[in-house]
Unconditional design. Sequence first.
Length: 319
Amino acid sequence: MKFRYEDLSDKQFEDLTIAICKHLFGSGAHGFATGPDGGRDGLFVGTADEFPSKSNPWKGITVIQAKHTNGLNKKFSDSEFFSQTSRSCVIAKEIPKIRKMREENKIDHYILFSNRSLASNIHDKILSHISKECNIPENDIYLVGVEEIERYIHQYPKITKMVPIESVNSPLTINQEELAELVAALANQKNSFSPLELTPPVERISYEQKNVANEMSKEYAKAFRKSCIGEAAQIGHFLAIPGNEAALEAYETAKIELEMKIATLRDKYQNFNYILEHIFNDVFTRDPILSRNKRLTRAVIFYMYWNCDIGRDADAETE
């Protein structure tokens, strides 16, 4: 099972990091209050219980660092995280802090956690860079990526009770892959769109009746239509163009996914406004394509709603 680390706050991710370190190093591992960290989010002083191994544990001062990202599918190799030529990337900003601790004999070992994917080649480059810049042996530096965090959580299941984390398989989580694929295809063609009038399907209830059936407020319905109807008119035209079969398939898959999630969310939200905003907040937070194209994403979902592909019809209560 995978977890939604991107939806944690920075403080929650720090708490998760310390919870893992309590199992690896011992109960003495602790975090610090929110504020400037000076290059450390946590600390352990003494002999580790089992890190990096029981036979050869770290001894002395271990500085614990947590670097959280809300982005989806992020990597240690991303330039904003590590670049040997950048002074503004995450690692570059930490180097002076680590070096200062080393000069003041306040660090023997350094362990860095991040909810990013860590490949072996970039692991070696970052390790070597920190070692060279901070005068710390490579054996006393350790990088923990999202894959190893997953392994620790499965190895020590009590961690999820200490720091609740939502699973990516949660019924309230939206699978946004097909929606992102569709929005990306639309965004690439957006400049070629010409003004069109959005007409309703031949057999459908009125927009006003549908809003009543779904318990969408008049104010939200008016704003939703006004902000989306122009671009929504292009979507049906785009999907009907020969050669756009992949986009049409993505649309069909996305609408099924959304309709099922909407049905689940009705147990939590009675008002359809909140259901839609939950969906928008979820996908904008977790997907960079949708986040960059918020207006177009809203237009796609408006088109689905307008076209009666999602949401209740007027006779839903009698079926």
